[in-house]
Design a protein around this ligand. Structure first.
Ligand code: SF4
Length: 366
């Protein structure tokens, strides 16, 4: 999350605190747009010069989950995921704890859903933000637990409130109502059963936005295959190429590179290459994020080489420049500073030389 997006996030939290949970989204929306749309697809009908193509995209779009909702498969899939919490193996930690009995795993989550905030987010990728924002839901807790996490209060500090699955479905519908272009579930893995069941409920009440699965990338293949036909856009990190680094900075997650590579291949198989539609918005595809870290800690060169060799050359890759030391990062001198202009340029140059053509390159804001 960059400086700008963090400011947006902090403002959002402030609005939520002042306005109360139910009214938070309206306060946020009125800041930038004056009034809420009553038609959830109003923003998709604002077509501009290339009206024909954009209109076709907006009117033709149907989220992947609709077919599964209509034939009852979506609820069934949610219940299957729910039952996995009896001996939880939703993520590669494979804790085997019974979350349904109130026990917590490494992620600190029981089966009780906890959410820190929901709001339109204007700091995400341009094709997700559009004019109405990406409809983000920030989930409390995390299975990866990085020492440099910028959202550590939420992911590791327990910030958030207990919510029901019905509450989550209502949030999704509110985000659609106020003009967001997608439902962006942030750090979703440990609450994936709740999310799938909420999407099923919300779809019955008119949810038609694509689901953005915004994950650290460290996923189990067996769980990812259960999202096939549900998720439209995968937004995974690819943080490290070296398991030693993953183990050091992400709570002994030595399997991170191997698990993430397998996950990326599966995500690509499900949704393909991400390309914005004629209206500039993303509706489907794999969008990879790589955060450039100081002193080549992330192994950017190897990350890029693997993508270039194993996925199409036009695979979307956001090369992120906004690393800054947070949380426990100051305990590790090699990651206790921001990156330099030269470090970022080296990675961008390497991606171009590797032949990657669908790069999201950020300004040198450091
Ligand atoms: S989701 Fe949580 S409880 Fe389940 S395996 Fe992962 S860390 Fe353990």
């Amino acid at each position: 999350m960059g400086e700008q997006s963090r400011r947006e996030f902090m403002k959002s939290c402030l609005y939520a605190a002042i306005s109360g949970f139910g009214a938070a989204y309206l306060s946020l929306f009125s800041r930038g747009r004056g009034q809420a749309h009553t038609n959830p697809f109003h923003h998709l009908m604002n077509r501009g010069a290339d009206g024909g193509a954009a209109a076709k995209t907006a009117l033709d779009f149907e989220p992947a989950y609709m077919r599964m909702h209509e034939n009852g498969e979506l609820r069934k899939r949610g219940e299957e995921l729910w039952n996995i919490m009896k001996s939880c193996r939703l993520c590669p930690r494979e804790c085997d704890v019974n979350r349904l009995q109130g026990n917590e795993g490494f992620c600190q989550a029981s089966s009780q859903l906890e959410i820190a905030s929901f709001h339109p987010h204007f700091g995400e990728e341009r094709s997700l933000v559009g004019s109405g924002g990406s409809g983000t839901v920030f989930f409390t807790n995390c299975g990866l637990r990085c020492v440099f996490c910028i959202n550590w209060e939420i992911s590791q500090g327990g910030q958030g409130k207990s919510r029901s699955i019905e509450d989550l479905a209502t949030m999704m519908l509110k985000l659609q109502e106020i003009g967001c272009h997608n439902i962006n579930v942030v750090t979703p893995t440990h609450y994936s059963p709740h999310i799938v069941l909420a999407v099923d409920m919300a779809a019955a009440k008119g949810l038609r936005l694509p689901i953005v699965y915004n994950t650290c990338g460290w996923e189990r293949l067996e769980i990812l295959t259960m999202f096939d036909g549900i998720v439209d856009i995968y937004l995974p990190d690819f943080k490290y190429s070296d398991g030693t680094m993953a183990a050091k900075y992400s709570s002994a997650a030595r399997s991170y590179p191997d698990r993430t590579k397998t996950a990326l291949l599966e995500m690509h198989r499900q949704v393909g290459v991400a390309k914005p539609a004629a209206d500039g918005l993303m509706y489907r595809g794999l969008m990879i994020r790589h955060l450039v870290m100081p002193n080549r800690v992330g192994g950017s060169r190897e990350v890029i080489a693997w993508i270039a060799e194993n996925l199409p050359q036009d695979t979307y890759l956001n090369i992120m420049s906004q690393y800054r030391p947070m949380y426990k990062a100051f305990d590790y001198p090699e990651i206790s500073r921001r990156i330099t202009r030269e470090e970022y340029a080296e990675v961008v140059d390497g991606a171009r030389k590797a032949g990657l053509t669908n790069l999201d390159i950020q300004g040198y804001s450091f």
